[in-house]
Design a protein around this ligand. Structure first.
Ligand SMILES: Cc1cc2nc3c(=O)[nH]c(=O)nc-3n(C[C@H](O)[C@H](O)[C@H](O)COP(=O)(O)OP(=O)(O)OC[C@H]3O[C@@H](n4cnc5c(N)ncnc54)[C@H](O)[C@@H]3O)c2cc1C
Length: 461
C-alpha cells in the first residue's frame, strides 16, 4: 500500500464499525486463511465488515484507491476468489443475522451467513430453502453461482428461491434487486457469481421441511460399482422429486456403522434424503437396498439440520483441494467404465467422485429466466481431489485432470460455475452458457470498470 492509500485507510478507520486487519495484526493470519489450503494469498488489508455501511466504505476505498478487491463470505470457493494479493478483502463473515417471517415463509439473512446459520434460523419454524451439502459453506457464494442440494429436485436451485437482494454496487450505492426493482441486476445475480456487487442481504422463499427427515447412507463394495450405478440410473429416472439420491465413490472412512474390514476399502455410497413425511419415504427407498451386496447401511429419521451436517467431518477446512467437474444430461455405461477405472486409481484416501442429482424443479425454468443456464443438467459430477501433503500436489492434480479428459466425451459441455478451479478460465463461457453475452451487458451497466473481478469473471461489454 502506498503512503497515500495508508492515509486514506486511516481516514476510513474513523467511521468503520468492524475490524481493520493488517499484516502483523493478530487476527490477520487466520482471517486470510480460507477452506482450500492450496490458496495462500496476502491481502494489503482485510476489512471485516459489521454492517452494510462498512461494505459501502470498503467498496469506495478500493475503487477510489485503484486497489484490487475480493469479497469473502464462507471462504469455500475452490478457486480461492475470496482472497487477493496486495488488495482489499471485504470480509462478511461476521454479518450473519437472520430474520424469519414464518407466516409469509420468507427469510432475510445477511451476506456472511453459512448454510448452518440459515438452516438453524429457518428450521426453528420447520422451514427450509434448498442449500448445499456442507453446512460451513457460505450462503452468498453458493447462491450467486446457482446453488443445489438435497431439496433442489423438489424446490429448485437456490437462486430459483431468491426473492430479493440488497446489493452494494461498484459505485458504492445500496440498491434492492428483485423482480420489480433493478430486474436486470436481479436476473444477473441469480447465477452470475459475484460479478455485480456485494450482496449484503438475501431474501429467500421457504418450504415446510422436517424438522425430522428420512435420510442416510447405503453402502456397496466398489467391486459392484457398475451394477449399482446402473441400478441408480434407472431408479433416479423414476424417483419422485421429494427423493434425492446422490452417489459417492471413495475409500470408506472408518464410520461406526461399517464393519471394520470395509474401512479403507473402495465403496460406492448412495446418500439419500426424502423431503416429505418419513413414513411415505420408507417404501420408496426400499429398491436402493437391492442393487447388490450391502456393505453397510445407516438410514433413519433424524433432524434435517443434522443431515445437513453429515458430510462436514469429511470436508473440513485446511486440506489441499483440486476439483474438476462436468454436467451430464444422461449417464452412459461408457462413463461408468471410466469412473471405475479412475476410482481404482484414487491418489489419496480423501479423494472422491460424486454424482449430485438434479432434475425435477431445477429443470423447469427456462434457461434464460435467470443467469444460471444449466436447466438440462440432470447430474453434476465432481472429482474431488483432496490430500494433505504439498508433495502430493502434482500426483493428485494429474489424477483429476486425466479423469476430466477421459470423462469429457460423455458430458453435456456445461459446468457449474461454483466448481471451477483457478486454472479454468477457458471454461467461463461454458459455465455461463447462452447467458454470457447478456451478462456482459448487465456488467457494463453495474460495474463498467470491472471492480468485482475476483470471481469467474464476466468482462463488461
Ligand atoms: C466442501 C464443499 C461442498 C460444497 N457443496 C456444494 C453443494 O452441495 N452445492 C452447491 O451448490 N455448491 C457446493 N459447493 C460449492 C460452493 O457453492 C462454492 O464453493 C461457493 O463459491 C462457496 O461460497 P462461499 O460464500 O463459501 O465462498 P467464498 O469463497 O467466500 O466466495 C465465493 C465467490 O463469491 C463471491 N462472493 C462471496 N460473497 C459474496 C457476496 N456477499 N456478494 C458478492 N460476491 C460474493 C466471492 O468474491 C467469490 O468469488 C461446495 C463447496 C465446498 C468447498
Amino acid at each position: 500500500m502506498t503512503e497515500l492509500q495508508a492515509a486514506k485507510l486511516k481516514e476510513l478507520k474513523g467511521t468503520f464499525r468492524g475490524a481493520v486487519l493488517l499484516p502483523g495484526d493478530n487476527a490477520y493470519e487466520s482471517a486470510r486463511k480460507i477452506w482450500n489450503a492450496m490458496i495462500d494469498k496476502h491481502p494489503a488489508v482485510i476489512l471485516r465488515c459489521a454492517a452494510t455501511s462498512d461494505v459501502v466504505l470498503a467498496v469506495n476505498f478500493a475503487r477510489e484507491n485503484g486497489l484490487i478487491l475480493a469479497v469473502r463470505s464462507g471462504g469455500h470457493n475452490i478457486a480461492g476468489n475470496a482472497m487477493c494479493d496486495d488488495g482489499v478483502v471485504i470480509d462478511l463473515s461476521q454479518m450473519k443475522a437472520a430474520r424469519v417471517d414464518p407466516d409469509a415463509r420468507r427469510v432475510n439473512i445477511e451476506g456472511g451467513a453459512t448454510l448452518a446459520d440459515l438452516d438453524a434460523a429457518t428450521q426453528a419454524h420447520g422451514l427450509a430453502t434448498p442449500l448445499g451439502i456442507n453446512s460451513t459453506t457460505g450462503v452468498a457464494g453458493l447462491t450467486l453461482g446457482g446453488g443445489f442440494g438435497w431439496l433442489s429436485r423438489k424446490c429448485g436451485m437456490t437462486v430459483d428461491n431468491l426473492e430479493s437482494a440488497e446489493v452494494v454496487t461498484a459505485a458504492g450505492e445500496v440498491v434492492r434487486a428483485s423482480a420489480t426493482e433493478h430486474p436486470d441486476l436481479f436476473w444477473a445475480l441469480r447465477g452470475g457469481s459475484g460479478n455485480f456487487g456485494v450482496v449484503t442481504r438475501f431474501e429467500f422463499r421457504l418450504y415446510p421441511v422436517g424438522p425430522d427427515v428420512l435420510s442416510g447412507l447405503i453402502v456397496y463394495p466398489i467391486a459392484e460399482a457398475k451394477s449399482v450405478l446402473q441400478g441408480y440410473r434407472q431408479f433416479i429416472a423414476k424417483a419422485p422429486e421429494e427423493l434425492s439420491v446422490w452417489t459417492v465413490l471413495r475409500q470408506a472412512p472408518p464410520l461406526p456403522f461399517l464393519p471394520a474390514e470395509v474401512h479403507g476399502k473402495g465403496v460406492i455410497v448412495l446418500a439419500l434424503l426424502y423431503a416429505g413425511a418419513p413414513k411415505q419415504g420408507e417404501p420408496l427407498i426400499k429398491p436402493l437396498r437391492k442393487f447388490g451386496t450391502l456393505a453397510g447401511e445407516h438410514v433413519g429419521v433424524q433432524p434435517y439440520t443434522a443431515w445437513q451436517q453429515t458430510f462436514d467431518p469429511l470436508l473440513t477446512a485446511g486440506a489441499r483441494n483440486y476439483w474438476k467437474s462436468h454436467n451430464f444430461s444422461t449417464l452412459k455405461d461408457g462413463l461408468f467404465d471410466v469412473v471405475i477405472e479412475y476410482v481404482e486409481k484414487l491418489p489419496s484416501p480423501q479423494c472422491e467422485i460424486f454424482f449430485g442429482a438434479l432434475g425435477g424443479a431445477t429443470t423447469r425454468p427456462a434457461p434464460d429466466s435467470a443467469a444460471y443456464a444449466h436447466r438440462d443438467a440432470m447430474f453434476v459430477m465432481n472429482f474431488h481431489g483432496r490430500w494433505e501433503d504439498p508433495a502430493d500436489d502434482e500426483r493428485c492434480i494429474r489424477w483429476a485432470r486425466d479423469f476430466f479428459n477421459a470423462s469429457a466425451p460423455f458430458a453435456s459441455g456445461g459446468v457449474y460455475v461454483n466448481f471451477l478451479t483457478a486454472d479454468e478460465g477457458l471454461r467461463i463461457r461454458a459455465a455461463y452458457g447462452p447467458n454470457y453475452d447478456r451478462l456482459t451487458q448487465v456488467k457494463r451497466k453495474y460495474d463498467p470498470g470491472n471492480l468485482f473481478r475476483m470471481n469467474q469473471n464476466i468482462k463488461p461489454a
